[in-house]
Ligand binder design. Structure first.
Ligand code: ZN
Length: 258
């Protein structure tokens, strides 16, 4: 039976490695979703600010066109002075020149106001770009790393299952079934525990002396009453001071148990 237990121990090693990698593989898609979400948010923020700046820029250009036309009009009207025939016409012309000048000045003020807003928004855009573009780069890098890691884990797990199948094939079916039943209901991914000096290393509980002695004899499969793990004597036990060691080195594993 000890030989079968040793095979189970080997199987447990395979399963622990698979468990660990599957656990890691499980966490990665969620992490990637979160990275993608944050990248999108930062990209959206940059786009929003860029759009804001370009809308204001458009507004400024429109007003600059209006101002250009206003200045042309002013030049045109100054040229009409020679055609003036009386005082009324002269006064009317002065009024029109005044109106155009006032209008142009208002437009100039609007252009300056928009210019200040564009400057502020451009500054904010610059800061956000500097910060976000760096982070986006890092997140994209992490995302690519994760995808690569997932591929590696998937390949590893596939190979480990092949190895596990080989180890499992050498174990007596009834024992294998018992092991797998315990593993399925285990919360820790463990179905085997070594015992040393009356202590189950699966859960650190002290075992009853009779059970402990049975484990050392390894004549049949014994399980921990607390964590349900299949128990096997620890290799290199050094602490057996309290109780008798019953098993002899030459003792053969019993074959009559399942
Ligand atoms: Zn235990």
């Amino acid at each position: 039976m000890l030989e079968e237990l040793q095979k189970l121990k080997k199987l447990q090693k395979c399963d622990a490695l698979i468990y660990q990698r599957e656990d890691e593989l499980d966490t990665l898609p969620e992490e990637n979703d979160s990275l993608e979400r944050r990248i999108k948010e930062m990209e959206n923020k940059i786009t929003e600010l860029r759009n804001g700046v370009s809308i204001q820029d458009e507004e400024r250009k429109k007003r600059e066109d209006i101002l250009n036309r206003g200045e042309d009009k002013l030049k045109g009207i100054t040229g009409k002075q020679s055609a003036i025939r009386n005082k009324d016409e002269y006064n009317a012309l002065l009024r029109e020149i005044d109106n155009i000048k006032r209008f142009n000045k208002e437009i100039e003020e609007e252009i300056a106001e928009i210019g200040r807003e564009v400057d502020l928004k451009s500054q904010e855009l610059g800061l956000v770009e500097q910060d976000n573009l760096k982070k986006i780069g890092e997140f994209k890098h992490k995302l690519a790393d994760n995808l690569k890691r997932m591929k590696t884990l998937e390949n590893d797990i596939e190979k480990m299952y092949d190895e596990r199948d080989k180890v499992a094939a050498a174990i007596r079916p009834a024992i294998l079934r018992k092991y797998e039943r315990i593993l399925e209901s285990s919360k820790t991914g463990k179905a085997i525990a070594e015992v040393d000096n009356y202590i189950c290393h699966g859960c650190n509980m002290t075992l009853p002396p009779q059970l402990y002695n049975n484990v050392l004899k390894s004549e049949r499969i014994e399980t921990c009453p607390n964590c349900q793990c299949i128990l096997l004597p620890a290799e290199n036990r050094k602490n057996d001071k309290k109780g008798p060691v019953i098993r002899e080195a030459s003792e053969q594993p019993a074959e009559d148990e399942e």
